[in-house]
Design a protein around this ligand. Structure first.
Ligand SMILES: [Zn+2]
Length: 243
């Protein structure tokens, strides 16, 4: 770990005070999965990553398949620590963060809002997570073709579920907008971490959605549904089946 001045810290990491202090990364459910991993801090103490007392100021892109967050800028808000740390994951199966740079925050920064997480919003987000999980958990797997024929059946139940898919995309989009534009994948990892749904169920649902998407491409399903499916099955985030 290298202790540097705050200005230097910002320069090396190509950031600035305003960006670090914006609300964008204030709260991140991914922290829950970090499971109290320790990290060294410039203040001389070892802190532990935890959703309740770690302030996330920035994080790198999550890894495509597993959703691991490999680098972040964090601060401990349990102790009276005034250092900010840039940490990188060195673990493979488990998170094991190594502090690369640490900097003391200038006093004027500490006196402002730095280090203040709004706890009520956490409960609100949790509630939204539960609602999203509910859709996945109640998802029905239909036969889209009549047995032994190529005739498509789109019953009223199936139509209802299609509307549900469009709404799911909307819900995830809203949540993402509130959480620093987190990719859906990261939000879903959060939902799984809280055990609101299982990885298996998520994969089953996404597999079925892929099926719908393929049929829809041939038969030209409603654009709204196709866009929702594209967002939910975002190919840029890797193959969901390998999750
Ligand atoms: Zn510290």
């Amino acid at each position: 770990m290298e202790i540097v001045r705050f200005n230097e810290f910002c320069k090396i990491l190509n950031t600035d005070y305003n960006r670090l202090n914006s609300n964008l990364y204030r709260f991140n459910f991914a922290l829950k999965s970090f499971n109290n991993s320790p990290y060294e801090c410039g203040c001389g103490k070892t802190h532990y990553l935890n959703e309740h007392h770690t302030e996330m100021r920035w994080h790198g892109k999550p890894l495509p398949i597993v959703g691991n967050i490999e680098e972040m800028i964090i601060q401990d808000c349990k102790t009276d620590c005034s250092f900010i740390n840039y940490v990188k994951n060195k673990g493979f199966y488990f998170y094991k963060y190594k502090t690369i740079y640490s900097a003391k925050l200038p006093k004027s920064y500490i006196d402002s809002n730095f280090g203040n997480t709004d706890l009520t919003s956490k409960d609100e987000i949790k509630k939204k997570y539960k609602d999203i999980a509910k859709f996945y958990n109640n998802y029905k797997f239909y036969e889209y073709y009549k047995k032994g024929s190529k005739k498509l059946i789109i019953s009223s139940q199936i139509q209802k579920q299609f509307i549900g898919i469009i709404n799911l995309d909307k819900d995830l989009e809203n949540l993402s907008n509130n959480l620093s534009n987190e990719p859906y994948r990261v939000l879903l990892v959060g939902i799984i971490t809280f055990k609101f749904m299982s990885v298996k169920q998520m994969n089953r649902v996404h597999k079925d959605m892929t099926k719908i998407y393929d049929i829809g491409k041939v038969l030209k399903f409603e654009k709204k549904l196709m866009i929702a499916l594209e967002n939910l099955l975002d190919g840029n985030l890797g193959d969901f089946e390998n999750f």
